[in-house]
Design a protein around this ligand. Structure first.
Ligand code: GLC
Ligand code: MG
Length: 719
């Protein structure tokens, strides 16, 4: 694969899946998923596109077709600026989904993107943003053998810890936020990434450090930039902006200095604390107005319940403290108006306040700094870095009302300090937080990775004779799926023999020699494709030609001896017989009473610095394979190489080592006698749980999808 174009310029794919992403008038703050991350990704893309080292930047996100949101989100492509665009890939239901509901479709996205990249061009670097795209991007990077970068934006382990301090039980939280899935996705992204971009030092030390795949040598703190053209200090003699008229509807004395807060209505933003502080401080009420900009809303009653609760609480507090005429809380503002609000606050010699319980970064503080308004900010999280660089105000304990009041009063009354903070903020933002500075550092790191990363040869579609003769392919596991019911197996093989357009493949945990013996013993037709040793070896055609491009690709970072050294000494793990071991697979039998759990085993491997996959089947078979192995990737490699559409492929399995190939856009069948490892796939799209066992279950699945006729997909998505 050629790494870059002739003059060495890069093609970068930024993957960011949730929220509403558009370049024109982005609807930031419209809902919980459309906020800082969306803005970050768009601004990063725009700046990268302008850089001479960059040929093309694609922001890859989800296509949404839904009357409740604008039709812009249905466009397949939208320009952002020079050399930068949004590419929208359809996956899952067409309608808008909140991020927690996207999980069952993330593998579907991987498959869709794979065919997209195949049609267009494979980028030089994939950069995943947040857990969902973190996982998807990592899968794509592994599959396409492209270097990978990751930015978590916010992390599941941190959020879980924080929420566990509250009233809700662990089970409730799990159900609502899908932490297990999210954290596994984050681990996988961290494991794959050659570069992890963090915004603050606290993020690295206290947040990423909670992860097993945290590796400090791959972490870089590169703070995001602020758009300095838009966020600028007021000029003398400038007209009052239109948003001022909005505020005047609320305020008895609009000329007073402004205490400005701008945040989504989210409990963590701690805005009710601010209203209480203001409501209880006679001095603050006398000196200043309070302006609360809490996203945009049409009808309060139609809002998500969490947001509505926060807003209702604030409205109640305004009433309780009788703050009418002192507090403004406009319903709507455009993104240009938000820049004006900061300038208005600066003109009024006011203060910007962010009292969040914790603030991962604190972009609003930078916008305030660039606009010349001093800040009072939470001491938890990113603001520490920002204030250390910009020296544009005071840090406070967000739980201490007296301290918040005192700090606000200082900014509003100490005139000389006000001027000092204002000037320092403007200077500091320019010096430390411009997107161009960010991009310079980012590209320096990326260059290094792109040059030094291992790049196995690209999958080249060299056709073997038989495979392309088919227009669809049935791939089944051997043990307990195809075996177990001889009569049904016979019916299945008969049916296959009659259907000359259907290819036949076997995917098994067994080794090639072993699998072949078994196939002969069972009197099965020789398969057109064999995927053996748990998705680590692919062979095609009667001659069983090995897939060499797959072999080269899978060797990435594989350390067989390292695995043995670490796992041989674990209690309850017994190495399987020599004939079960193969070049890219180390297998143990496990005594569930004595052995560490699969989670612990993964942790042990990660802590030893081994980048591998650990797969448990039937509760007792443990296979360790390379990170780029496993049936999820081997089957996708096959689709990609042979140009099959995922819906032309029916896959059937019963246990843990089949999970990978069942996920994603292929048509999945789980036989009735499946082991509990697969329960987690229940309710997932394109995964049919058959009632019948063994080969009878496969036949039931064939019927369900009408796989031998005009294929139908009744479970394309599920609620
Ligand atoms: C097959 C293999 C064995 C593996 C198991 C689970 O039984 O022979 O080595 O551990 O599948 O994948
Ligand atoms: Mg099996």
């Amino acid at each position: 694969m050629k790494s870059t174009d002739k003059d060495g310029r890069l093609h970068i794919a930024l993957v960011s899946l949730h929220g509403l992403i558009r370049a024109q008038e982005p609807e930031l703050g419209r809902d919980a998923d459309t906020g800082g991350q969306v803005k970050y990704v768009l601004e990063l893309a725009a700046e990268l596109g302008r850089h001479r080292r960059v040929r093309q930047v694609d922001v890859i996100t989800r296509q949404i077709i839904d009357d409740r949101v604008d039709s812009d989100y249905a466009q397949l492509e939208e320009p952002i600026g020079p050399n930068a665009r949004i590419v929208r890939i359809p996956f899952g239901p067409k309608r808008y989904l909140k991020k927690e509901a996207l999980w069952p479709y993330v593998d579907v996205f991987v498959d869709q993107s794979l065919s997209y990249f195949k049609r267009s061009r494979v980028p030089d670097l994939i950069h995943g943003h947040y857990a969902d795209a973190g996982y998807a991007g990592a899968q794509l990077a592994r599959l396409l053998a492209v270097p990978y970068a990751f930015t978590g934006h916010s992390l599941g382990r941190v959020k879980r810890q924080r929420l566990l301090l509250g009233k809700q039980t662990a089970e409730k939280l799990e159900k609502k936020y899908r932490f297990t899935t999210r954290v596994e996705a984050e681990e996988m992204a961290l494991e794959t990434a050659s570069l992890v971009v963090a915004s603050t030092h606290q993020e690295v030390q206290q947040q990423y450090a909670l992860y097993e795949n945290h590796a400090s040598d791959r972490m870089e703190v590169i703070p995001p930039g602020v758009d300095l053209d838009r966020f600028r200090p007021p000029e003398p003699g400038e007209d009052l902006p239109t948003i001022a008229g909005q505020l005047n509807r609320f305020l008895r004395d609009p000329d007073k200095p402004m205490i400005l807060a701008m945040a989504r209505p989210d409990e963590r933003k701690n805005l009710d604390m601010l209203v209480k502080v203001y409501g209880q401080s006679e001095q603050l009420r006398r000196l200043a107005n309070l302006v609360l900009v809490m996203g945009c809303r049409d009808d309060l009653r139609g809002m998500a319940s969490g947001q509505r609760r926060v807003l209702q609480n604030i409205l109640t507090l305004i009433d309780v403290f009788d703050l009418y005429g002192h507090v403004a809380y406009p319903k709507q503002h455009t993104s240009d108006e938000s820049t004006e609000l900061y300038r208005l606050a600066a003109r009024s010699r006011g203060v910007f306040v962010n009292p969040a319980l914790t603030e991962p970064f604190g972009l609003t503080l930078l916008e305030a700094a660039a606009s010349g308004v001093p800040v009072v900010a939470t001491n938890d999280g990113g603001p520490q870095d920002i204030l250390a660089n910009c020296r544009n105000g005071l840090l406070v304990d967000p739980l201490n009302p007296e301290v918040i009041e005192h700090a606000l009063l200082r900014v509003l009354t100490e005139q000389e300090n006000w001027d000092q903070w204002s000037r320092a903020g403007i200077r500091g933002a320019k010096e430390h937080y411009s997107w161009s500075a960010h991009v310079e550092r980012y590209l320096r790191d990326i260059d290094d990775i792109v040059l030094h990363s291992d790049r196995p040869t690209e999958i080249s579609p060299r056709r073997a004779k038989r495979l392309p003769e088919f227009d669809r392919l049935l791939i089944t596991d051997l043990d307990n799926t195809l075996t177990g019911d001889d009569a049904a197996r016979q019916r299945l093989t008969d049916a296959l023999q009659d259907a000359s357009n259907v290819g036949f493949g076997i995917a098994t945990g067994r080794r090639l020699d072993d699998a072949r013996t078994m196939i002969e013993e069972l009197g099965l037709p020789m398969p057109d494709l064999l995927d053996t040793s748990v998705g680590t070896e692919l062979h095609y055609g009667e001659q069983m030609h090995p897939d060499l491009s797959w072999r080269r690709q899978i060797a990435f970072q594989w350390d067989r001896q390292g695995v043995r050294t670490v796992l041989d000494q674990q209690p309850g793990l017994y190495l399987q017989e020599e004939k079960e071991q193969s070049e890219f697979k180390v297998s143990y039998q496990l005594d569930p009473e004595l052995a560490p759990s699969i989670g612990q085993i993964r942790r042990i491997l990660r802590q030893a610095g081994l980048r591998v996959k650990a797969i448990l089947s039937l509760g007792i078979y443990l296979d360790i394979v390379p990170v780029r192995g496993g049936s999820d990737l081997s089957i996708r490699h096959l689709l990609y190489k042979w140009g099959f559409q995922p819906e032309q492929l029916l896959v059937a399995g019963d246990s843990g080592n089949d999970e990978g190939m069942l996920r994603g856009r292929t048509l999945g069948v789980v036989v009735g006698n499946h082991s509990p490892e697969l329960n987690k796939l229940k309710g997932w799209p394109r995964i049919y749980f058959a009632k019948s066992n063994h080969a009878e279950g496969i036949l039931e699945g064939i019927d369900y999808y009408q796989f031998f006729g005009n294929i139908v997909i009744p479970n394309d998505w599920t609620e």
